[in-house]
Design a protein around this ligand. Structure first.
Ligand SMILES: [Fe+2]
Ligand SMILES: [Fe+2]
Length: 184
């Protein structure tokens, strides 16, 4: 089977999003261990998770989900909107975690609920959404490049972790999505 330049065989957009999912899962595990050791520095781990999830959600919402809305059929729209609603819920929890001053049982509980929430969301993306679009390699490679560029931009601007909305995105030359089927 032909390999992509990235080596996994998956289109770049899918590969980059899945790599983020694995990173965040590893961080949640690290948090769990730090909690068991009553390590106070676990706040740093949680802050990193919150920042990474915020960037991840932003690139999905700005680049991947709009493409999904164009590419997928009407019947699949609820799935995309459900994912968006889950992002909103995750952002609320992230804000709560960031607003909590003490690292205590309440803090641990919030991180735990966020981890369960994200686990559920990631499962839906990887098992329900990605398989529906994975064959669109050309579009998804291009989207992957746009996402990486946007990620770099967000990092450069050092988006405040508690920002409700990300800094504005440069207008994209949106060449993708034009090949969508008939729906709508
Ligand atoms: Fe995701
Ligand atoms: Fe997501």
């Amino acid at each position: 089977m032909a390999k992509t330049k990235t080596g996994s065989g998956k289109p770049l957009a899918i590969e980059t999003l899945m790599a983020d999912h694995r990173k965040v899962e590893a961080l949640f595990e690290k948090y769990q261990k730090a909690k068991e050791n009553e390590d106070e520095s676990r706040r740093d781990i949680a802050e990193t998770v919150c920042a990474q999830l915020t960037v991840h959600a932003t690139i999905e919402e700005e680049i991947f989900y709009p493409w999904l809305r164009e590419f997928l059929e009407e019947d699949d729209m609820e799935m995309v909107e459900e994912a968006q609603v889950e992002h909103n819920g995750a952002r609320d929890l992230i804000a709560q975690i960031q607003d909590t001053s003490d690292v205590d049982a309440v803090y641990d509980a919030k991180v735990k609920v966020l981890s369960e929430y994200i686990k559920h969301h990631v499962k839906e993306e990887e098992h329900e959404i990605f398989p529906k679009v994975e064959a669109e390699k050309e579009d998804l490679d291009e989207l992957g490049e746009q996402m990486e560029a946007r990620r770099a931009e967000l990092k450069e601007m050092e988006m405040p972790a508690d920002a409700k909305s990300p800094p504005p995105r440069k207008p994209a030359n949106s060449g993708t999505g034009a090949r969508k089927g008939a729906a709508r």
